[in-house]
Design a protein around this ligand. Structure first.
Ligand code: SF4
Length: 312
């Protein structure tokens, strides 16, 4: 065990048994990198002083071979892709080799660092994994005003969209309103998909976002114990699986669910005692659309009375 990080990497075995995600699971987020080339002050991975992007990874990142073995053993609920994210997932050099080799459909959340060129997508063996028939682009590029340039992103996305499905998103931060409107106009004129993403978190003392449990994200523990069931798969760059985004960003290794390469892995679908309520990540308690695009889903189901009888 790496203190404060996660679980030791099991040796790679060629015959890992299949692991079925519970039917209630809605998302599979694979954090390829705990690093980013940008430093946005509102980054959701850094809320509550988690230092996710600046702390040691705490173990070796999985190789492409290890990721292929770990991800291909997963049986995902129909319609759920593997989402590669981070940090910045394109800082993981083997990312497109990984997409080529796994059997799952893939989405990528990125800020499109300069090393990502159309030639890299043209060299793929399985680019169709990134151009599925979906109600949103498979590669979702974040534009962060002051950190990257919309004109640069548009010209690069115009090239890349000839090969794969890609679009630009902007976080609807209160300080971004004028730039949001300018970016939308430039994208529409150029023929590039553009959409806003809700800003989640606090700005000038005001909480932004709609949450199932209003005091879950206040930034301090507000209840000594709650019981929580989550319906997302969250995997750290070392292969350690966490129960929720708060556990991942704060690297609560003692609470890890398991390791993606563990022969005996099973994905839980039960309530777990938690002493960190109030430090929840907005990602887990936000009201949003599920993978069927139906609004009203929240991934964490939190009970304030013990629910052992509902464990399964
Ligand atoms: S209550 Fe919040 S911090 Fe605790 S396990 Fe659930 S989502 Fe994570």
């Amino acid at each position: 065990m790496y203190p404060g990080i996660g679980l030791e990497t099991p040796p790679l075995s060629e015959s890992l048994p299949e692991v079925e995600l519970p039917a209630s699971y809605d998302y599979a987020g694979i954090y390829l990198m705990q690093r980013c080339h940008l430093t946005c002050e509102y980054c959701i991975t850094e809320h509550n002083d988690s230092r996710f992007l600046t702390s040691p990874t705490g173990g070796d990142r999985l190789s492409v071979d290890q990721w292929v073995a770990g991800l291909d053993r997963l049986r995902l609920t129909d319609g759920i892709p593997i989402t590669l994210q981070g940090g910045e997932p394109f800082l993981y050099k083997g990312i497109l080799d990984l997409v080529d080799r796994i059997r799952h459909p893939v989405d990528i959340l990125t800020a499109l660092p300069p090393s990502v060129t159309v030639e890299r997508f043209r060299a793929m063996r399985r680019p169709e994994a990134l151009r599925r028939d979906a109600p949103y682009p498979n590669i979702r590029v974040s534009y962060h005003p002051g950190q990257n340039r919309i004109e640069d992103l548009i010209s690069r996305v115009l090239e890349i969209q000839e090969v794969v499905s890609i679009g630009i998103y902007i976080v609807d931060h209160p300080n971004n309103a004028a730039e949001r409107d300018r970016a939308r106009r430039l994208c529409e004129e150029a023929g590039v998909f553009f959409k806003t993403k809700e800003f989640l978190g606090y700005h000038d003392g005001v909480s932004y976002g709609e949450y199932r449990y209003p005091d879950a994200t206040v930034g301090r523990v507000t209840r000594p114990e709650v019981w929580c069931r989550n319906t997302v798969l969250i995997v750290h760059p070392t292969g350690t699986i966490f129960h929720c985004h708060s556990d991942l960003y704060h690297r609560r290794g003692d609470l890890a669910v398991g390791h993606i390469l563990d022969r005996n892995l099973s994905i839980p679908n039960r309530y777990r005692s938690c002493q960190s309520y109030g430090l929840c990540s907005e990602c887990d308690v936000k009201v949003k659309t599920n993978h069927h695009q139906v609004y009203g889903y929240t991934s964490a189901d939190i009970q304030f009375e013990e629910t052992k009888e509902r464990s399964c």
